[in-house]
Ligand binder design. Structure first.
Ligand SMILES: Cc1cc2nc3c(=O)[nH]c(=O)nc-3n(C[C@H](O)[C@H](O)[C@H](O)COP(=O)(O)OP(=O)(O)OC[C@H]3O[C@@H](n4cnc5c(N)ncnc54)[C@H](O)[C@@H]3O)c2cc1C
Length: 866
C-alpha cells in the first residue's frame, strides 16, 4: 500500500476499497459509514476544506431554504443533541461550521485529500478495479468508485459575449472570495435572478451606491420569515426524535408534514385564498408547494397560486412596470425551484436599485467598463454573475468516467442520463452516484435524500462483501424500466413545461430531459428498499466462483395508478365479491361522490329511450362547439351488475370533449334482476333508437360510433354484431375500453393479474355468475369473441397491462384483424382495468383517452370523406 501526504498533511493510501469524490454533506457521511464498516476509503475534493456547497457558496445572503432543523444529519442522535441551530434558515457560515464540526467529531479529515480535482476514472476489467486520476497527477486504485460530487457544484460558465473583457471586479456567486467583498461606494451589476440572485440582491443593495439587476426570467419567491427555529418544529423533534426523523424519511419531500387532500382545481375561492395566505405566512417552500394536492399536476390549480403570488408582487413593488417585469408568467409555479427571500421585492423600491428586463432589452456584450444592451449602455465597478449551475449531470460527466470496454459515461449520457434508481448505471460496475439523476435529490430536503443514498450504498457494499461478490452492476432491462418510470412520473406533472435547470434547459446544448425523480422521497425510498428485499432485483452480482442476476423491473405500474391502489389498500375494503349486490352498489355510489367531476361540456340532458323490454334512462353530453355533431352510443362498466349514468359520468364528459361528438350514455338493465341477454338486447335497442333519432338529439344522421367500458364494452361489441346481422343501423366504429369478450377465464392475464389491480379474477367470476348461466356464456351475445367476426365496424380496443381481461382484449383485436376488420389496439402500459375511467385522478390515462377521442374522430372523418 502506497501512502502519500496530501495538502493538509494527512497521509492517505492510493490503493483502497472505495474512492469518493466530494466532501460535502454526502461525502462526509459516506466516509463515516464506510469507515464504520471497515472499508478503506479516500475522499477527494477540489475544495480547500469540507463543506461542498457550503464551502463554495459564500455570497452575501447565502442560506438554506429548508428549515435547518430538518436540513441536518439524523444518523447520530448524539450529534443532533450537541448541535443547536441559531436560525430557522441558517446562513452559509453556520452550515459550514456545522459540517466542520461533523468532520472534527468523527475525525474525517485524515482520509480526505483537499484541493484535488478528479479528472478521470477508468474501469480496469482485468483487475475489477477503478483507476482514478486527479488533475495534479495522483493515481488511485479502488474496488468501488462513488461520485458524491453534488447536484449543484459545477457553476455554469457565463455565456455572455465579452464576459472576460470587463476590467472591474467580476464575481460568481458560487465562487465567492473567502475574505468577502465590500461593495460600498460601488456601482454593481447582478446578472441572474435565480435563488442566489434573490438571496444576494437585498444585501448587495444595502452596500452599493447603485445596483442594476439584469433579469432574464422572473422567478417566484416567498418571504422566508427567518428568525429563530420554529418552536413547533423543535417541540415535535424533541418530543420524539426518532418518530420525527422517520416521518421525514416517509414524507413526500423529506420534511414531516401533513399531505393535504384539498385539490386546488376544485376548491372554493375562500379555501384557496385561506390556504395560500397561511402558506405565505409560514415562509416554507414545502408548505407552499404542498398547498394543494394537485399544485404540480393541474394547470388550473397552479395558476390559482401563481396569480396570488403575482398579486403579492404587485402589492409590494411600487413602480408598476418593475412590478410587472418581476411577475413570472412563463412557467407554472414550482416548475422552477421557487425561492425564499428576505426583502427581495422590497429592494426594487429603493431609489438606487433598478431592474433591467432582458426580455425587452437583451445584453449585447460586456465591455471593459460595463454592460451594453440593445437599448442602453451601463458603467459598473463590479459585475456579479448569479447564473447557476450545470445541475445534476454536469459534475458527474465533467470527470472522464469510462466503464466496461472503455465506454464513456459522457457519451452514454449524451442524450440524457440513464440510471437505475439514480444510483447506478449499466456498463459501469461498482460505480455509484449519490443523489444522481433519476432520484428525488433537488426536489427534496437533500439531507434526507443524501442519508438514504449513503445508507443504501454502504449497506450494499457490506452485503456484497459478506456474500463474496466483488462487482455489482444494473442490468439494461432494470435501467430501461427505471428510466421509463422516472419519465412517466414527470410526464404527469407540470415540471416538463418549464425551461428550468431541472430540465437541463439553462445550459446550451444540454439534452432536455427531466433530471430528478418527481414521485416523492417516500415512494422512491420504498422502491430502493424493495430492490434489496427482492435480493438486488435488476442487478448482476459477481465474485470469484459466484454470480447472480435477478433481472426485472422494479416499478411497472404508472405512478398515479400505484398511488390509487395504495389508497384503496389502506381503506381495507372487503372484497366486492363477498358483498351483497346492494352493498356493492352502495359502495360504488360512495366513491362516485368523492371523485373529480370531469370536464365541463356544452350541455348535459337526461332522458328516457325505449329499451328491449322497458324504458331506459339515458344521459346526453353535447360538446360546446356548434352542432350538429356525430354521435356515440356509450355503455357504462360494472360487470352487468353495477354502474349507472353517474358511474361513468366523468369519462363521458371527457370523451365528449375529446371526440367533439354527442355522447349518449345508456343505462341498460342490470343483473341479477335482469340476467342475460337483457343487457345485450337493451344495448342493441338503444343503438337503434339513437340512430333513428339522431337529428332530434342534435346529431348527424349516419354518423354513429358505439363505445363502452368493461361490461359496457361487452354489450357495445354485441350491439355491433346484432346490427350487422340485422342489416343496420350503420355503425362507423366500435371503441371498446378494457372489454369483457370471452367467458373463458383461462388466459394468462387472469393468473398474472388475478389479485391486486382493482378488478380481480374472483370478482369477474362473481359478475359472470350474476349475469349469465354457464350454458349461455358461449353464446356470441355473451362472449362476442366467439363466432363470425367478419364485416364488423372498425374497432379500437384498449387493453390495460394489469387487468385480468387484458389477454381477451388482445385476442379480440387479433381475431377481428384475422376476420378482415380494421383494428387499432392501444395497450395501456402500467394501467389497471379502471385507470382510464378515473378522469383527473389517474392523470397518466389522459393521453390514452386523447387517443381514443382521435380514433373516434377518425371513424367519423372516414365516412365524411367516403
Ligand atoms: C446556495 C445553495 C443553497 C442550497 N440550499 C439547500 C437547502 O436549503 N436544502 C437542500 O436540501 N439543499 C440545498 N442545496 C443543495 C445542496 O447542494 C445539497 O443540499 C447538499 O449540500 C449537497 O451535498 P453533496 O455533498 O451531495 O454535494 P456538494 O455539497 O455539492 O459537494 C460536492 C463536492 O464535490 C466536489 N467535486 C465535484 N466534482 C469534483 C471533482 N471532479 N473532483 C473533486 N471534487 C469534486 C465539489 O468541490 C464539492 O465540494 C443548496 C444548494 C445551493 C447551491
Amino acid at each position: 500500500m502506497v501512502a502519500e501526504a496530501d495538502g493538509s498533511g494527512s497521509r492517505v493510501s492510493s490503493d483502497v476499497d472505495v474512492v469518493v469524490v466530494g466532501a460535502g454533506f454526502s461525502g462526509l457521511y459516506l466516509l463515516h459509514r464506510l469507515r464504520q464498516l471497515g472499508f478503506s476509503t479516500v475522499v477527494l475534493d477540489a475544495a480547500g476544506d469540507v463543506g461542498g456547497t457550503w464551502y463554495w457558496n459564500r455570497y452575501p445572503g447565502a442560506r438554506c431554504d429548508i428549515p435547518t432543523t430538518d436540513y441536518s444529519y439524523s444518523f447520530d442522535p448524539e450529534l443532533e443533541r450537541d448541535w443547536t441551530w441559531s436560525e430557522k434558515y441558517a446562513t452559509q457560515p453556520e452550515i459550514l461550521s456545522y459540517l466542520r464540526f461533523v468532520a472534527d467529531r468523527y475525525d474525517l479529515r485524515r482520509d480526505i485529500v483537499f484541493s484535488t480535482r478528479v479528472e478521470s476514472a477508468v474501469w480496469d476489467e482485468s483487475a475489477t478495479r477503478w483507476r482514478v486520476r486527479t488533475e495534479n497527477g495522483r493515481e488511485l486504485s479502488c474496488r468501488f468508485y462513488v461520485m458524491a460530487s453534488g447536484c449543484l457544484s459545477l457553476p455554469k460558465a457565463p455565456e455572455i459575449d465579452g464576459h472576460d473583457r470587463f476590467r472591474g471586479e467580476t464575481y460568481h456567486t458560487s465562487r465567492w472570495p473567502h475574505e468577502g467583498v465590500d461593495f460600498t461606494d460601488k456601482r454593481v451589476a447582478v446578472i441572474g435572478t435565480g435563488s442566489s440572485g434573490i438571496q444576494s440582491i437585498p444585501l448587495i443593495a444595502a452596500q452599493a451606491t447603485q445596483l442594476t439587476v439584469f433579469q432574464r426570467t422572473a422567478n417566484f419567491s416567498i418571504p422566508a420569515r427567518n428568525g429563530p427555529p420554529s418552536a413547533e418544529r423543535l417541540a415535535a423533534l424533541e418530543s420524539d426524535r426518532d418518530a420525527y426523523r422517520e416521518a421525514a424519511k416517509r414524507s413526500r419531500g423529506g420534511v414531516p408534514g401533513d399531505v393535504t387532500e384539498v385539490a386546488g382545481a376544485y376548491a372554493t375561492d375562500e379555501v384557496r385564498r385561506a390556504r395560500f395566505e397561511a402558506a405565505w405566512e409560514a415562509g416554507e417552500l414545502l408548505e407552499i408547494l404542498g398547498v394543494f394536492n394537485d399544485l404540480m399536476l393541474s394547470p388550473t390549480a397552479n395558476e390559482v397560486i401563481a396569480q396570488m403570488l403575482r398579486e403579492k408582487i404587485r402589492s409590494i413593488v411600487v413602480d408598476p412596470d418593475t412590478a410587472e417585469a418581476l411577475c413570472p408568467k412563463d412557467h407554472p409555479f414550482g416548475s422552477k425551484r421557487p425561492c425564499l427571500d428576505t426583502n427581495y421585492f422590497q429592494t426594487y423600491n429603493l431609489p438606487h436599485v433598478r431592474l433591467v428586463d432582458l426580455r425587452k432589452q437583451p445584453i449585447v456584450t460586456i465591455t471593459e467598463s460595463g454592460i451594453v444592451t440593445t437599448d442602453e449602455s451601463f458603467e459598473f465597478d463590479a459585475i456579479v454573475h448569479a447564473t447557476g449551475f450545470d445541475a445534476m449531470t454536469g459534475p458527474v460527466v465533467a470527470v472522464d468516467i469510462r466503464g466496461r470496454d472503455g465506454v464513456s459515461l459522457r457519451e452514454k449520457w449524451a442524450d440524457g442520463p440513464s440510471t437505475y434508481l439514480g444510483l447506478t448505471t449499466a456498463g459501469f460496475p461498482n460505480f455509484f452516484t449519490i443523489t444522481g439523476p433519476g432520484s428525488p435529490s433537488v426536489l427534496s430536503n437533500m439531507a434526507v435524500s443524501i442519508e438514504q443514498h449513503v445508507d443504501w450504498v454502504a449497506d450494499c457494499l457490506d452485503q456484497l462483501r459478506a456474500r463474496g461478490f466483488e462487482t455489482i452492476e444494473p442490468t439494461p432491462l432494470a435501467e430501461a424500466g427505471w428510466n421509463q418510470h422516472v419519465d412517466d412520473g414527470a410526464s404527469i406533472t407540470l415540471y416538463p413545461t418549464a425551461n428550468s435547470w431541472y430540465m437541463g434547459a439553462n445550459v446550451p446544448g444540454k439534452p432536455r430531459t427531466f433530471l430528478p425523480y418527481a414521485a416523492g422521497v417516500d415512494v422512491y425510498r420504498a422502491a430502493c428498499e424493495e430492490v434489496v428485499d427482492r435480493d438486488y432485483l435488476g442487478f448482476s452480482l459477481a465474485g470469484r466462483g459466484v454470480s447472480q442476476c435477478n433481472d426485472g423491473v422494479i416499478r411497472r405500474l404508472q405512478v398515479d395508478v400505484a398511488m390509487v391502489l395504495q389508497v384503496m389498500e389502506e381503506l381495507q375494503l372487503p372484497p366486492m365479491e363477498l358483498m351483497t349486490v346492494e352493498d356493492a352498489r352502495a359502495l360504488m355510489a360512495m366513491t362516485e361522490a368523492v371523485r373529480p367531476p370531469g370536464p365541463v361540456v356544452g350541455e348535459v340532458v337526461d332522458g328516457v329511450l325505449p329499451g328491449a323490454a322497458e324504458d331506459l334512462p339515458y344521459r346526453l353530453y353535447r360538446p360546446a362547439t356548434p352542432g350538429p355533431h356525430p354521435m356515440v352510443a356509450y355503455f357504462h362498466g360494472g360487470g352487468w351488475v353495477l354502474g349507472s349514468l353517474e358511474s361513468d359520468d366523468p369519462l363521458c364528459r371527457d370523451l365528449c370533449v375529446r371526440s367533439d361528438a354527442v355522447i349518449v350514455s345508456v343505462n341498460y338493465r342490470h343483473a341479477p334482476e335482469a340476467r342475460f341477454p337483457a343487457a345485450a338486447d337493451d344495448a342493441f335497442a338503444a343503438v337503434q333508437w339513437i340512430a333513428t333519432h339522431a337529428k332530434e338529439l342534435g346529431g348527424i344522421p349516419g354518423q354513429l360510433v358505439v363505445a363502452g367500458w368493461s361490461a359496457g364494452a361487452n354489450v357495445a361489441a354485441v350491439a355491433c354484431r346484432l346490427a350487422r346481422d340485422a342489416g343496420g343501423p350503420e355503425i362507423l366504429g366500435q371503441v371498446l375500453l378494457t372489454p369483457v369478450v370471452d367467458a373463458r377465464m383461462d388466459r394468462p392475464s387472469y393468473v398474472e393479474n388475478a389479485e391486486g389491480y382493482v378488478l380481480t379474477a374472483p370478482l369477474m367470476s362473481w359478475f359472470w355468475d350474476h349475469y349469465a348461466d354457464p350454458a349461455d356464456r358461449d353464446d356470441p351475445k355473451a362472449s362476442p369473441l366467439v363466432g363470425d367476426l367478419s364485416n364488423l365496424p372498425p374497432a379500437l380496443i384498449v387493453t390495460a397491462e394489469f387487468d385480468p381481461l387484458r389477454d381477451e382484449g388482445v385476442a379480440l383485436a387479433e381475431a377481428l384483424a384475422a376476420a378482415g376488420v380494421p383494428v387499432d389496439h392501444l395497450a395501456a402500459r402500467g394501467h389497471v382495468h379502471t385507470s382510464l375511467t378515473m378522469v383527473d385522478v389517474v392523470l397518466s390515462g389522459a393521453d390514452l383517452r386523447a387517443q381514443m377521442g382521435e380514433v373516434m374522430q377518425s371513424f367519423f372523418r372516414a365516412t365524411v370523406k367516403a
